[in-house]
Design a binder for this molecule. Structure first.
Ligand code: ATP
Length: 643
């Protein structure tokens, strides 16, 4: 897949076996990736680089592995998600650091930022125009990684100064275009259009090629091996999303050894399986009729993946793999009561729901969101939670992901026992007709649920698919059936000043969806009606600190013209009557039409604190909503009013 010229160009930049990877070599790769939008080309550039790194990396443990650090810097992370060490330094602190380390005034840096729109480039230009007496010592990948980790971990009173100190040191050592990527890493995003899934495949390909060494085999055979390798690494990564474990295993035993050594492990949360929305019961039957399926109550709480480790530790993880054990000390305390004898380790998928102990009834999500997220003491808890388990993914040393749901469900019921007001299995009914589903849906709502989850029960289609939004799980939300079938989770990226009484706050907001392939946010609608004065004041307080000097380069603006732009951080759940093609907004442009798609009559529901901005509704989901609406005979009008 490479020409000789390509390979030698990378080699020439080189460093010797066992030496730390020069940061300049990684940056050269970033530059190449940034210069193209072609997926395949990005994959090849990255594969080639990872191959060189892997060949020269002599370490087989996580701590000293260069390959591991390169991989983390490529996805701009420092550790597995669930360990919660994150980058994302605010604009003002970075402006201060750039000014200090390059000897320029902060006002000049801000002025450049307004013109350039990319703090990374501003840092690079400032650095390159700075006269320097000595050539600084070249940065290495381990040094940059270590510095970023220290910055992300710094906390407490003096942490701001500490962070600025480390950033200054890093910037002072930057050469060429390095400062651009250091600053972007610190901001929390590289903006080179490198999707996480491309990295997994590139890593797999690099390891396959490393394994082949100088062996000469036919092109077709290589292609087959690459494809198989990618499937293996993708599937292992979805079970065990932890490069600290996967990369040393790959370095030791190659792809072949990976399946042996890396498996779903209690203590490492896997990305949950997700469902596709439906807007009518008939849609459910279109998909499932004639197959064995089950309907379960769709509880209105928070996803909880509960792990029991061999050493007896119980850990609760959220939908986005955050460790919530400190938020739910009561759950951790309750759980041992529902485990039957003989269970030594498990992973269950469940929903934690707020519960009224006196009236013995479920409370809506709003009540659950009143719970503190950190440092909760059991004695201070006012909102009780009830756990509803709906899946068993691992039991006593064995992964159950490949088993049929019917079997997983029966193992769940066999090894756990319901405890009144604490733990139960999701109520389910193996309905088969429209009438049965309809009446079960009514029942679920009467019992305080949002609707139903409909799941394939047998065959290969009923395995657990981590991190997939699968067609084998459908959600049927009662309240949303009249709209497009589901709500959307959108990122607030801009605002419009209010008029009249609302001049001191924002009166309307610009929302966007997320495109994971390009890593860009795409505008989707302006939302301004239905907010109380009180809530507008609250939103102003929340969003004001996120105001930016200039729109970020990863926002596909289209024709939207808000008065202020924000850092894309806050996610709102929003309802819409329907979707329309729009000459103004950019959401999902190019997927169903060259125009974008926008929401008609959007309505704010709530803030999604459990979702980060890159977990917002994707462009592909927006296009799916639109297409389903068109096939269902919906309107196809051009909208995009507001701007
Ligand atoms: P999505 O997870 O699809 O992005 P979301 O986070 O907004 O969307 P919902 O649309 O409400 O969540 O639907 C999926 C969620 O429903 C699951 O993540 C889970 O938390 C919850 N849930 C409640 N009951 C069940 C059940 N029986 N089976 C699976 N999930 C359930």
């Amino acid at each position: 897949i490479f020409t000789k010229k390509d390979a030698s160009a990378t080699e020439a930049k080189g460093w010797k076996e066992g030496e730390p990877v020069p940061y300049a070599a990684l940056v050269a790769t970033f530059e190449k990736i940034e210069a193209t939008t072609k997926r395949l080309e990005i994959l090849q550039i990255l594969t080639q680089f990872l191959l060189v790194v892997a060949k020269r990396d002599t370490a087989t443990d996580a701590k000293s592995s260069n390959l591991l650090k390169v991989v983390y810097l490529c996805i701009n992370r420092l550790c597995p998600d669930y360990m919660g060490i994150e980058l994302g330094i605010g604009e003002s602190l970075l402006v201060k650091s750039i000014a200090e380390s390059t000897g320029r005034a902060m006002s000049k840096i801000k002025e450049d930022l307004r013109k350039e729109g990319d703090l990374g480039k501003v840092a690079m230009n400032s650095r390159n125009n700075q006269p320097t007496m000595f050539k600084p010592k070249a940065l290495t990948v381990p040094y940059v990684f270590q510095s970023l980790t220290e910055i992300a971990k710094a906390s407490g009173n003096a942490s701001q100064n500490k962070k600025v100190g480390i950033i200054n040191k890093l910037l002072a050592a930057c050469q060429g275009t390095e400062a651009k990527f250091i600053v972007r890493s610190l901001e929390g995003k590289l903006r080179i259009g490198l999707a996480d899934k491309t990295l997994v495949v590139a890593l797999a390909h690099a390891m396959v090629l490393k394994g082949l060494g100088d062996k000469r085999i036919g092109g077709e055979e290589v292609a087959k091996k690459l494809e198989e390798g990618a499937e293996i690494v993708k599937s292992i990564y979805s079970e065990l999303p932890n490069y600290d474990l996967i990369i040393p295993a790959l370095m030791k035993g190659g792809i072949e050894g990976l399946q042996e050594n890396c498996k779903l492990t209690p203590g490492v949360p896997l990305k949950p399986m997700l469902a596709k929305p439906t807007k009518a019961i008939t849609e459910v039957l279109d998909r499932f009729e004639g197959k064995e399926f089950t309907c379960e109550y769709k509880y209105d709480g928070e996803r909880a993946q509960v792990h029991l480790l061999e050493d007896g530790t119980i850990a609760v993880f959220s939908r986005n793999s955050e460790n919530m054990s400190a938020k739910y000390p009561d759950l951790v305390e309750q759980l041992p009561r529902c485990i039957k004898e003989g269970v030594k380790s498990f992973v269950i998928d469940a929903e934690a729901v707020a519960y009224d102990l006196e009236q013995k009834k479920l409370l809506p999500f709003q009540d659950l969101s009143r719970r503190k997220r950190k440092d909760v003491r059991t004695e201070d808890i006012t909102v009780r939670v009830h756990l509803f388990a709906f899946d068993l993914l691992y039991l006593n040393g064995e992964s159950l992901l490949q088993k049929e749901l019917k079997e997983r469900r029966s193992l769940l019921q066999k090894h756990f026992q319901p405890i009144p007001s604490e733990f139960a299995f999701a109520v389910s009914s193996d309905c088969t007709t429209t009438e049965e589903i309809q009446s079960f849906l009514e029942e679920s709502v009467k019992d305080g649920c949002e609707g139903l989850m409909v799941k394939m029960l047998t065959t290969q289609s009923s395995t657990y698919e981590p991190s997939r939004r699968s067609i084998n799980w459908l959600k049927l939300k009662k309240d949303y059936l009249s709209g497009i079938g589901d709500s959307l989770d959108l990122v607030v990226i801009g605002a419009y000043y209010g008029k009249g009484k609302r001049t001191s706050v924002y009166g309307a907001f610009l929302l966007s969806c997320y495109d994971p392939d390009s890593e860009n946010y795409q505008t989707i609608c302006k939302i301004g009606t239905g907010f109380s004065e009180e809530i507008l004041i609250k939103f102003h307080e929340l969003l004001k600190p996120l105001e930016l000097q200039v729109v970020r380069g990863d926002i596909e603006v289209g024709g939207a013209k808000p008065d202020v732009w924000f850092e894309p951080k806050i996610v709102w759940e929003v309802l819409t009557a329907d979707l329309s093609l729009s000459p103004v907004y950019t959401a999902a442009h190019g997927l169903v039409d060259s125009r974008g798609i926008s929401l008609r009559f959007p309505r704010f529901i709530r803030i999604r604190e459990d979702k980060s901005s890159d977990e917002a509704t994707t462009s592909e989901q927006v296009s799916e909503f639109y297409q389903r609406q068109v096939t269902a005979g919906g309107k196809k009008n051009v909208g995009g009013e507001g701007d």
